[in-house]
Design a protein around this ligand. Sequence first.
Ligand code: FAD
Length: 339
Amino acid sequence: MKDSALWHRRAFIKNMGYSLFALAIPFSLTANNNLYKMKYKKIYDIIIVGGSYSGLAAAMTLGRALKKVLVIDSGMPCNRQTPFSHNFLTNDGKTPSQIRATAYEQVRIYPSIEFFEGLAIKGTESGLGFAITVDSGETFEAGKVIFATGISDMLPEVEGLSECWGISVIHCPYCHGYEYKHEKTGILGNADKAFETAMLISNWTNDLSIFTNGTASFTPEQRDRLNKHGVNVIEKQVHKLEHTGGHLSRIIFTDGSGYSLKALYAPPPFEQHCKIPMELGCEMTEDGYIKTDSSFETTKKGLYAIGDNASKMRTVANAVAMGTAAGMLISKKMIVDAF
Ligand SMILES: Cc1cc2nc3c(=O)[nH]c(=O)nc-3n(C[C@H](O)[C@H](O)[C@H](O)COP(=O)(O)OP(=O)(O)OC[C@H]3O[C@@H](n4cnc5c(N)ncnc54)[C@H](O)[C@@H]3O)c2cc1C
């Protein structure tokens, strides 16, 4: 939430700057030029819903290709609670808000890009292509819409878990495993998924336990391999996580006993953060991602999806790569079509 507040403060300062500028101009000039009312153009080449890593990367590429772009963003990226972001070259160890702030600073210098801070609530087909309505009631139109809207994690309802999410309860060893190497580590899960996570995490620590939160359901072969690698399986019912400021100290069971831990892997199920692509008829994959072709176009012509909403490779680097590639492919198609 802190990150979101920072993001909004930045937009507020920017908007205040515009307001002071408008006040400083004589009334007749603002009335004639309609400067203040023209803040949003209403019609764009491309609307990007979602202005985090993938959305801003696409915006930069499209802005540099002179396309008129509107970026609509509600300021809720999925990694907002994590203290440090890792494994993105040139930005390793920065806070998520630092990376986004730098991205925003670099994208906003391109004059054909505009930003709307708020939630896109509806999408419809229009004469021009698509119309996107935002929570202020305004509607914007474009020939193409890119959804860079991410996913929402559906965290298990264990007391203390959401406070630790992204800090000591983690989803991915490539993002945060190094920081917990050789530490006492747990996996919250069961069956094949927990077994596969255990195989992977055994690379970072050999002090590993799986908390199945009830009867374990591993195959005999999986059991043998877990035993062979010294992975404990604890079947007690989980009650809560003890932590200080999100830093885990113990997992507590319903029988009152506890187990000391530094980190817990708990990759949760997810849902799409934004439902508009489905409402517009985009097909989904079996795993819950938006289906796209190699040019990031969904099954609905003119609608595109990039970043976490369309890819299992959940990293900032991948989101940025998808955004840049989509920006290049979409602008190239527009240029060639118009030639
Ligand atoms: C806890 C956690 C820690 C992580 N740590 C790392 C790490 O250390 N290193 C790493 O590389 N990756 C990390 N990741 C993964 C990384 O954060 C994601 O891969 C990346 O944020 C994906 O970017 P994105 O642009 O696709 O989506 P997001 O960053 O999730 O952004 C989606 C944006 O779309 C906006 N949005 C959604 N719906 C609407 C709507 N209807 N209207 C307007 N705006 C909308 C949201 O507000 C948000 O700003 C982490 C993820 C999590 C959950």
